[in-house]
Design a protein. Sequence first.
Length: 265
Amino acid sequence: TKQEEALAASKLPADIGNEFGETEVAERKIVISSLITRKSEDEEDETCISHMDVSFTQAQTETDSERRLQALSASLQENNTDALYVRYLRQAQTMNFEEVEKYKFVYTAGQDYANRNIIVFSGAQFPAARFAWDLLLLYLIKIFDPVVRDKYMLLYLDAGVSTANNPSLSLIRELYNIFNSKYENTLDVLVVLHPSLLFKAVFSACWPLMSTSLWNNTVYCHNLKELNQYCDISKLQLPDYVARFDREQGASVSSFTDSIGNYFK
Protein backbone atom coordinates (compact mmCIF):
# COMPACT_ATOMS: atom_id res chain seq x y z
CA THR A 1 0.00 0.00 0.00
CA LYS A 2 1.02 3.60 -0.08
CA GLN A 3 1.66 3.56 3.62
CA GLU A 4 4.07 0.63 3.22
CA GLU A 5 5.86 2.37 0.31
CA ALA A 6 6.26 5.49 2.37
CA LEU A 7 7.58 3.49 5.29
CA ALA A 8 10.08 1.66 3.11
CA ALA A 9 11.26 4.89 1.45
CA SER A 10 11.88 6.50 4.80
CA LYS A 11 14.27 3.71 5.72
CA LEU A 12 16.38 4.07 2.50
CA PRO A 13 19.70 6.05 2.64
CA ALA A 14 19.81 9.59 1.28
CA ASP A 15 22.02 8.68 -1.76
CA ILE A 16 20.84 5.65 -3.65
CA GLY A 17 22.63 6.48 -6.95
CA ASN A 18 21.19 7.23 -10.34
CA GLU A 19 18.29 5.67 -12.09
CA PHE A 20 20.38 2.59 -12.69
CA GLY A 21 21.39 2.33 -9.00
CA GLU A 22 24.96 3.46 -9.77
CA THR A 23 26.80 5.77 -7.41
CA GLU A 24 27.66 9.08 -9.11
CA VAL A 25 30.64 11.26 -8.12
CA ALA A 26 30.42 14.75 -9.64
CA GLU A 27 34.20 15.24 -9.81
CA ARG A 28 34.60 12.03 -11.82
CA LYS A 29 32.04 12.83 -14.50
CA ILE A 30 33.42 13.18 -18.07
CA VAL A 31 32.11 16.37 -19.61
CA ILE A 32 31.67 16.07 -23.39
CA SER A 33 31.61 19.45 -25.09
CA SER A 34 28.78 20.16 -27.45
CA LEU A 35 31.33 21.59 -29.87
CA ILE A 36 32.91 18.19 -30.44
CA THR A 37 30.68 16.37 -32.86
CA ARG A 38 31.38 13.83 -35.55
CA LYS A 39 31.72 15.32 -38.98
CA SER A 40 29.89 14.01 -41.94
CA GLU A 41 31.77 12.33 -44.78
CA ASP A 42 31.32 15.40 -47.02
CA GLU A 43 32.74 17.64 -44.34
CA GLU A 44 35.70 15.30 -43.87
CA ASP A 45 36.39 15.36 -47.63
CA GLU A 46 36.28 19.14 -47.66
CA THR A 47 38.67 19.25 -44.71
CA CYS A 48 41.11 16.93 -46.46
CA ILE A 49 41.01 19.03 -49.62
CA SER A 50 41.47 22.27 -47.70
CA HIS A 51 44.58 20.92 -45.99
CA MET A 52 45.99 19.25 -49.10
CA ASP A 53 49.25 20.63 -50.53
CA VAL A 54 48.15 22.12 -53.87
CA SER A 55 51.35 24.00 -54.63
CA PHE A 56 52.28 21.57 -57.44
CA THR A 57 48.82 21.85 -58.98
CA GLN A 58 48.95 25.63 -58.85
CA ALA A 59 52.45 25.67 -60.35
CA GLN A 60 51.35 23.37 -63.17
CA THR A 61 48.34 25.58 -63.89
CA GLU A 62 50.46 28.71 -63.90
CA THR A 63 53.01 27.08 -66.25
CA ASP A 64 50.29 26.01 -68.68
CA SER A 65 48.81 29.50 -68.58
CA GLU A 66 52.17 31.09 -69.27
CA ARG A 67 52.71 28.76 -72.23
CA ARG A 68 49.33 29.60 -73.67
CA LEU A 69 50.00 33.31 -73.22
CA GLN A 70 53.41 33.03 -74.87
CA ALA A 71 51.97 31.08 -77.79
CA LEU A 72 49.16 33.59 -78.16
CA SER A 73 51.59 36.49 -77.99
CA ALA A 74 53.83 34.93 -80.64
CA SER A 75 50.81 34.24 -82.85
CA LEU A 76 49.56 37.80 -82.50
CA GLN A 77 53.01 39.19 -83.21
CA GLU A 78 53.33 37.02 -86.31
CA ASN A 79 49.88 38.04 -87.50
CA ASN A 80 50.70 41.69 -86.86
CA THR A 81 53.94 41.38 -88.82
CA ASP A 82 52.15 39.67 -91.72
CA ALA A 83 49.44 42.30 -91.75
CA LEU A 84 52.02 45.09 -91.67
CA TYR A 85 53.98 43.51 -94.49
CA VAL A 86 50.87 43.20 -96.66
CA ARG A 87 50.11 46.85 -96.01
CA TYR A 88 53.68 47.84 -96.96
CA LEU A 89 53.53 45.73 -100.12
CA ARG A 90 50.23 47.22 -101.25
CA GLN A 91 51.56 50.70 -100.65
CA ALA A 92 54.79 49.93 -102.52
CA GLN A 93 52.87 48.73 -105.56
CA THR A 94 51.18 52.12 -105.88
CA MET A 95 54.27 54.28 -105.34
CA ASN A 96 56.38 56.06 -107.94
CA PHE A 97 60.04 55.21 -107.30
CA GLU A 98 61.49 56.91 -110.36
CA GLU A 99 63.92 59.06 -108.36
CA VAL A 100 65.02 56.19 -106.12
CA GLU A 101 65.62 53.85 -109.06
CA LYS A 102 68.23 56.23 -110.49
CA TYR A 103 70.69 55.16 -107.81
CA LYS A 104 70.56 51.47 -108.83
CA PHE A 105 71.59 50.32 -105.37
CA VAL A 106 69.52 47.13 -105.47
CA TYR A 107 68.52 44.97 -108.41
CA THR A 108 68.02 41.37 -109.52
CA ALA A 109 70.73 39.72 -111.61
CA GLY A 110 69.53 36.37 -112.89
CA GLN A 111 70.64 33.16 -111.17
CA ASP A 112 73.85 31.69 -109.77
CA TYR A 113 75.40 28.30 -110.55
CA ALA A 114 72.99 26.63 -108.09
CA ASN A 115 69.96 28.12 -109.92
CA ARG A 116 69.22 30.50 -107.08
CA ASN A 117 67.88 33.96 -107.78
CA ILE A 118 70.42 36.73 -107.20
CA ILE A 119 69.73 40.07 -105.54
CA VAL A 120 72.60 42.57 -105.68
CA PHE A 121 72.78 45.28 -103.03
CA SER A 122 75.37 48.02 -103.46
CA GLY A 123 76.21 49.57 -100.11
CA ALA A 124 78.13 52.49 -101.63
CA GLN A 125 75.15 53.52 -103.77
CA PHE A 126 72.54 53.27 -101.03
CA PRO A 127 71.02 56.80 -100.77
CA ALA A 128 70.34 56.74 -97.03
CA ALA A 129 70.84 60.49 -96.65
CA ARG A 130 68.77 61.51 -99.68
CA PHE A 131 65.42 59.86 -99.05
CA ALA A 132 63.15 59.16 -96.10
CA TRP A 133 63.68 55.75 -94.57
CA ASP A 134 60.06 54.65 -95.12
CA LEU A 135 60.33 55.38 -98.85
CA LEU A 136 63.50 53.29 -99.09
CA LEU A 137 61.82 50.52 -97.13
CA LEU A 138 58.90 50.37 -99.55
CA TYR A 139 61.27 50.29 -102.51
CA LEU A 140 63.24 47.40 -101.03
CA ILE A 141 60.03 45.47 -100.43
CA LYS A 142 58.99 46.02 -104.03
CA ILE A 143 62.29 44.61 -105.30
CA PHE A 144 62.58 41.72 -102.85
CA ASP A 145 59.03 40.40 -102.76
CA PRO A 146 58.84 38.73 -106.21
CA VAL A 147 62.28 37.13 -105.79
CA VAL A 148 62.39 35.83 -102.22
CA ARG A 149 59.52 33.40 -102.66
CA ASP A 150 62.14 30.92 -103.93
CA LYS A 151 65.70 30.21 -102.82
CA TYR A 152 67.93 33.20 -103.47
CA MET A 153 71.43 34.56 -103.00
CA LEU A 154 71.93 38.04 -101.58
CA LEU A 155 75.13 39.66 -102.85
CA TYR A 156 76.23 42.64 -100.79
CA LEU A 157 78.88 44.96 -102.25
CA ASP A 158 80.81 46.49 -99.38
CA ALA A 159 83.46 48.38 -101.36
CA GLY A 160 83.42 52.17 -101.05
CA VAL A 161 80.80 52.37 -98.28
CA SER A 162 80.85 55.62 -96.27
CA THR A 163 78.88 57.03 -93.34
CA ALA A 164 76.49 58.70 -95.80
CA ASN A 165 75.33 55.23 -96.85
CA ASN A 166 74.51 54.04 -93.34
CA PRO A 167 70.75 53.42 -92.92
CA SER A 168 68.81 54.98 -90.07
CA LEU A 169 67.91 53.01 -86.96
CA SER A 170 64.22 53.09 -87.95
CA LEU A 171 64.99 51.49 -91.30
CA ILE A 172 67.25 48.89 -89.68
CA ARG A 173 64.54 47.97 -87.17
CA GLU A 174 61.84 47.55 -89.81
CA LEU A 175 64.13 45.64 -92.16
CA TYR A 176 65.16 43.36 -89.31
CA ASN A 177 61.53 42.50 -88.48
CA ILE A 178 60.57 41.94 -92.10
CA PHE A 179 63.71 39.95 -92.87
CA ASN A 180 63.16 37.58 -89.97
CA SER A 181 59.53 36.92 -90.83
CA LYS A 182 59.57 36.99 -94.65
CA TYR A 183 62.98 36.89 -96.28
CA GLU A 184 65.21 34.70 -94.13
CA ASN A 185 63.48 31.37 -94.78
CA THR A 186 64.41 31.35 -98.46
CA LEU A 187 67.81 33.07 -98.17
CA ASP A 188 70.23 30.31 -99.14
CA VAL A 189 73.47 32.27 -98.96
CA LEU A 190 74.62 35.79 -98.13
CA VAL A 191 77.75 36.70 -100.10
CA VAL A 192 79.72 39.78 -99.05
CA LEU A 193 82.12 41.06 -101.71
CA HIS A 194 85.18 43.06 -100.56
CA PRO A 195 84.23 42.98 -96.86
CA SER A 196 85.96 45.68 -94.79
CA LEU A 197 87.23 45.23 -91.26
CA LEU A 198 84.42 47.51 -90.06
CA PHE A 199 81.79 45.35 -91.73
CA LYS A 200 83.24 42.18 -90.22
CA ALA A 201 83.32 43.78 -86.77
CA VAL A 202 79.73 45.01 -86.97
CA PHE A 203 78.53 41.73 -88.43
CA SER A 204 80.20 39.78 -85.64
CA ALA A 205 78.72 42.12 -83.02
CA CYS A 206 75.25 41.40 -84.38
CA TRP A 207 75.76 37.66 -84.09
CA PRO A 208 73.51 37.28 -80.99
CA LEU A 209 70.61 38.73 -82.99
CA MET A 210 71.09 36.47 -85.99
CA SER A 211 69.74 33.05 -86.66
CA THR A 212 72.17 30.16 -86.87
CA SER A 213 71.33 29.58 -90.53
CA LEU A 214 72.17 33.17 -91.52
CA TRP A 215 75.45 33.10 -89.63
CA ASN A 216 76.48 29.75 -91.12
CA ASN A 217 75.40 30.69 -94.66
CA THR A 218 77.37 33.93 -94.87
CA VAL A 219 80.38 33.90 -97.21
CA TYR A 220 83.13 36.50 -97.58
CA CYS A 221 84.58 36.97 -101.06
CA HIS A 222 87.64 39.23 -101.00
CA ASN A 223 87.89 39.60 -104.76
CA LEU A 224 85.96 38.99 -107.95
CA LYS A 225 87.84 35.77 -108.62
CA GLU A 226 86.41 34.25 -105.44
CA LEU A 227 82.93 35.54 -106.30
CA ASN A 228 83.14 33.87 -109.71
CA GLN A 229 83.06 30.50 -107.94
CA TYR A 230 79.40 31.15 -107.05
CA CYS A 231 78.09 32.93 -110.14
CA ASP A 232 79.11 34.30 -113.52
CA ILE A 233 80.34 37.78 -112.64
CA SER A 234 80.03 38.91 -116.27
CA LYS A 235 76.24 38.64 -115.96
CA LEU A 236 75.94 40.52 -112.67
CA GLN A 237 76.16 43.99 -114.24
CA LEU A 238 78.28 45.17 -111.33
CA PRO A 239 78.95 48.92 -111.01
CA ASP A 240 82.23 50.14 -112.50
CA TYR A 241 83.62 51.15 -109.13
CA VAL A 242 83.56 47.50 -107.99
CA ALA A 243 85.94 46.35 -110.73
CA ARG A 244 88.12 49.40 -110.13
CA PHE A 245 88.25 48.70 -106.40
CA ASP A 246 89.10 45.06 -107.10
CA ARG A 247 92.02 46.08 -109.37
CA GLU A 248 93.32 48.61 -106.86
CA GLN A 249 93.05 46.13 -104.04
CA GLY A 250 94.82 43.48 -106.09
CA ALA A 251 97.60 45.93 -106.96
CA SER A 252 97.97 46.86 -103.29
CA VAL A 253 98.21 43.22 -102.27
CA SER A 254 100.77 42.52 -105.00
CA SER A 255 102.84 45.54 -104.02
CA PHE A 256 102.72 44.53 -100.36
CA THR A 257 103.68 40.95 -101.24
CA ASP A 258 106.58 42.15 -103.39
CA SER A 259 107.86 44.44 -100.64
CA ILE A 260 107.68 41.62 -98.10
CA GLY A 261 109.49 39.33 -100.54
CA ASN A 262 112.25 41.90 -101.13
CA TYR A 263 112.62 42.33 -97.37
CA PHE A 264 113.38 38.65 -96.88
CA LYS A 265 115.77 38.36 -99.86
